[in-house]
Write a protein that binds this ligand. Structure first.
Ligand SMILES: NC(=O)c1ccc[n+]([C@@H]2O[C@H](COP(=O)([O-])OP(=O)(O)OC[C@H]3O[C@@H](n4cnc5c(N)ncnc54)[C@H](OP(=O)(O)O)[C@@H]3O)[C@@H](O)[C@H]2O)c1
Length: 253
């Protein structure tokens, strides 16, 4: 299929999980893609998977100069940008009492502050019309144990998505939408990123998460990627301010 033929697209956090799957789906749909990541091994792996034609740029979300530099890199590479999937993010599920100022700041720096200032830097680069999709989370739409600060970052993302339509749709032709996945089977649930070393305990945590989903399983990255393709494509041109919850029924049931 060619639903994104001719589209020039940026995917942040395109080196792993949902972002990497979306990058592959975008390419298959005819888009030219530039992705970002931060971890050298992850960047190398993404280069192998995505091939020589796809720039894989290291741009740490915690470094605002790197985010502004990324917008400049995008301008140099593409001229203008038709689609941005702002997906890079981290989770940190821990009891409310265990959060520190550092853990709180890390979540907000990566998940919110970087999205805010990268979007600001991208405005002059985005074409008219263009589509920006933010990766929020179903945790922004319900109350989930241990999600507290993480959920708050995603609620901020969802709120920014709505505000930016007011700021930028009429004036710049940029439409903003979001996806809000529930638990999706990605490296986010691997030991290192979950902070759990013991494989048996990891499995137990993932099983506990899955059993809390009415559909009885975690989502797959391609199920989110497909929604992002829709929001990126011209088929969704009338969709503005959607926050698509993809969570196997967790929020409504
Ligand atoms: N998986 C889920 O259940 C789920 C549910 C709801 C929402 N989400 C959201 O979906 C997004 C992607 O998550 P995922 O599950 O695909 O996780 P993932 O496999 O861990 O991928 C995260 C991506 O973000 C990048 N990243 C992390 N920290 C970064 C930083 N400081 N600067 C730049 N890039 C950084 C990673 O780069 P490297 O690989 O180079 O480190 C990677 O490409 C996140 O925003 C997450 O909150 C995930």
């Amino acid at each position: 299929m060619n639903r994104l033929a001719g589209k020039r697209a940026l995917i942040t956090g395109g080196t792993s999980g949902i972002g990497l799957e979306t990058a592959q789906r975008f390419i298959a749909e005819g888009a030219d893609v530039l992705v970002t990541g931060v971890t050298p091994a992850s960047i190398d792996k993404a280069r192998q998977i995505l091939g020589d034609k796809v720039p894989v740029v290291q741009a740490d979300a915690r470094d605002l100069d790197a985010q502004r530099g990324l917008a400049e890199r995008v301008r140099e590479h593409f001229g203008e940008l038709d689609v941005a999937f702002l997906n890079a993010g981290v989770s940190d599920w821990r009891p409310f009492e265990d959060h520190t100022e550092d853990s709180f700041d890390r979540l907000f720096d990566i998940n919110v502050k970087s999205v805010f200032f990268l979007t600001q830097a991208l405005v002059p680069v985005l074409s008219n019309p263009s589509s920006v999709i933010l990766n929020a989370s179903n945790s922004a739409h319900g109350g989930y144990g241990h999600s507290n600060a993480y959920a708050a970052t995603k609620a901020a993302v969802s709120s920014l998505m709505r505000s930016w339509n007011a700021d930028l749709l009429r004036s710049h032709g940029i439409r903003f939408n979001a996806v809000s996945p529930g638990p999706v089977d990605t490296p986010l649930y691997s030991g290192a990123k979950l902070g759990i070393e013991d494989p048996a305990q990891q499995t137990a945590v993932v099983e506990a998460i899955s059993s809390g989903i009415p559909l009885g399983r975690m989502g797959m990255p391609e199920e989110v990627a497909e929604a992002v393709v829709y929001l990126a494509s011209d088929v969704s041109a009338f969709a503005v301010g959607l926050d698509l919850i993809l969570d196997g029924g967790q929020t409504v049931l």
